[in-house]
Design a protein around this ligand. Structure first.
Ligand SMILES: [Zn+2]
Length: 222
């Protein structure tokens, strides 16, 4: 049976509160701090957080520094593209500035993860627009909290033939699709929504590439 105890680093003097301190695990404070930070990440439970923290402790100091630097550099260097709101080091981003992309079709996705899910299929050569969420009264997210106005402005400014709504078949996805469809209809814009193949309530990021490809092919006018 593991007692979850690791020897303190050389030169480290544990205080009375260092072990135990009322917590379930007898982590020494710096370890407790590291585990807590890992546990704040999405999808990371206590056991995985502990495993990651121990992994860091076992690795050379240089690995930990490279990891810490990667976190800071990513936060400092990456921002939203001023055109499509994808996360990128550059603005406009690599997708918006690509000369091989079809800029007359814009695929609207809720999150950047969904953009990458579509890109993984290797089937799409159009541009994107990331809303950074969906209309959700329950979560207090209204149209003004998302990049909806920016999409409409982009459609007015750019030569766009079709807007593909790659929004999930959820209540929030349906609400956002209806809202956007009304606005785009006023611009006489051809608007379609992916439908075929995706499970009801499903998120794009969790779907396999073939399912996403068929969903795009099976899109319908809204
Ligand atoms: Zn962009």
């Amino acid at each position: 049976m593991s007692l979850n105890v690791v020897p303190p680093n050389p030169g480290y003097t544990p205080t009375a509160a260092g072990y135990g301190g009322g917590s379930r695990h007898p982590y020494t404070p710096p370890l407790s701090n590291l585990v807590e930070h890992f546990q704040r990440l999405p999808g990371i439970g206590p056991k995985t957080a502990q495993r990651l923290a121990f992994h860091i402790l076992k690795k050379p100091r240089g690995d930990a520094e490279a990891f810490a630097n990667a976190l800071i550099t990513a936060k400092e260097a990456i921002g939203e593209c001023e055109q499509c709101y994808n996360w990128s080091e550059h603005s406009p981003c690599e997708i918006c500035t690509s000369t091989t992309r079809n800029s007359s079709t814009i695929c609207v996705v809720p999150h950047t993860e969904d953009l990458y899910a579509l890109e993984r299929t290797g089937e799409f050569t159009h541009q994107y627009h990331v809303l950074h969420g969906l209309i959700s009264p329950l979560e207090g997210l209204g149209p003004d909290d998302l990049r909806l106005r920016e999409l409409i402005a982009r459609c007015e400014a750019q030569q766009v033939d079709e807007v593909i709504l790659a929004l999930p078949p959820t209540v929030e996805g349906d609400t956002t699709s209806l809202y956007l469809a009304r606005l785009l209809k006023a611009l006489e814009m051809k608007t379609t929504r992916i439908a075929f193949g995706l499970p009801v309530g499903g998120e794009l990021d969790y779907a396999d590439t073939l399912t996403i490809t068929r969903a795009i092919q099976g899109r319908r006018a809204v």
